[in-house]
Design a protein around this ligand. Structure first.
Ligand code: SF4
Length: 328
């Protein structure tokens, strides 16, 4: 079992399979990135699969496939199908901006129907285009959510990064969406991982504010956590019309039970979303390391896992690697 020096068991892996994205969301990627990784620096599907097998052998039980935008990388559906074949893996999930889901939802369903999380930061098409800096994106994403539901992908979760002054006026509208559709709406507090370094504490809409906005309109009941490492606070509507979740890394950090490890598209192990140092596994993978060598390398990296992020500390330093290169 992968366990860090604070006794936390690591059983969730997030794999960023590409740094490319067809959106340029204001809280994530800079408007015109020219610094994509050269293709030769991106791990191949075989390399990702090998790392996944070694890590499954060390207790990883859940893999979330992220990006950039993972559906942009050719072969991702087959990759998900092969992840499903790995012994010990219990769960495969996908985080996508949904733009390519109308075309790919059925393929994904055939490839083992990963749980799907779609980013949807506004219910207003114009505002959505402003947030993603991509015209006519809202309609495609909504069609993507429909296609995922029609293809039988479940659950379908919708992530909303709330930024004060941008989309915090839509909290109740998003709650309505969760009541109307067979989707789980999850609000996420804005985190300091954006390429433009525009993050400020006053732009964060906290979990308390979100509950205070919804509860008077649609009374909420808190749902006890399934597992200690679950990141979202969950609330059901008291009248039974669905549920919402809140991921509150800034106002209610959950680092104490963190079970996550990340692999970036260019082969860096990150033991925390806010790590200031990385562990480069690509040279090992490409220069004859055995699975035993890789396992030892992973254990060593996890033994150095940070206790927590330091967003609320005066000495907080935003990592140089931004969200689009980590994948959440
Ligand atoms: S901030 Fe780091 S330590 Fe905290 S929950 Fe996220 S990955 Fe884990």
């Amino acid at each position: 079992m992968l366990r860090d020096k604070f006794g936390r068991e690591i059983h969730d892996l997030r794999i960023s399979v590409t740094d490319r994205c067809n959106f340029s969301c204001v809280y994530c990627k800079s408007a015109d990135p020219k610094n994509y990784f050269p293709h030769r620096d991106l791990l191949t599907w075989e390399e990702f699969l090998r790392l996944s097998r070694v890590l499954a052998g060390l207790g990883i039980r859940k893999i979330r496939v992220t990006g950039g935008e993972p559906l942009l990388r050719e072969g991702v559906v087959d990759f998900i199908a092969r992840l499903r074949q790995i012994d010990g893996l219990e769960d495969v999930a996908l985080t996508t901006n949904g733009y390519l889901l109308p075309e790919m939802a059925r393929e994904l369903a055939r490839a083992g129907a990963p749980r799907v999380t779609v980013s949807l930061d506004s219910t207003n098409p114009e505002k959505f285009a402003r947030i993603t800096r991509t015209p006519r994106s809202y309609e495609k994403v909504m069609a993507g959510i429909d296609a995922a539901l029609e293809a039988g992908l479940r659950p379908v979760k919708v992530n909303i990064v709330l930024v004060r002054g941008f989309n915090d006026d839509e909290i109740v509208e998003f709650a309505c969406l969760a009541r109307r559709r067979d989707i789980v709406v999850r609000f996420i507090e804005f985190m300091p991982l954006d390429a433009d370094h525009a993050w400020k504490r006053e732009l964060v809409v906290t979990a308390k504010e979100i509950v205070d906005a919804i509860h008077p309109v649609f009374p909420l009941e808190e749902i006890p956590r399934h597992s200690a490492s679950e990141t979202a606070l969950r609330y059901r509507f008291a009248d039974g019309q669905g549920e919402v979740g809140i991921v509150a890394p800034v106002s209610i950090p959950f680092c104490g039970q963190c079970s996550r490890l990340r692999v970036t598209a260019d082969g860096k192990l990150r033991t925390c979303l806010f790590s200031l140092r990385e562990h480069d596994v690509r040279p090992l993978v490409r220069n004859g390391a055995t699975d035993g060598d890789l396992a030892a390398f992973m254990k060593e990296a996890v033994s150095q896992k940070e206790r927590s992020h330091r967003i609320n500390e005066p000495d907080f330093v935003q990592p140089s690697r931004t969200m689009v290169y980590i994948g959440g």
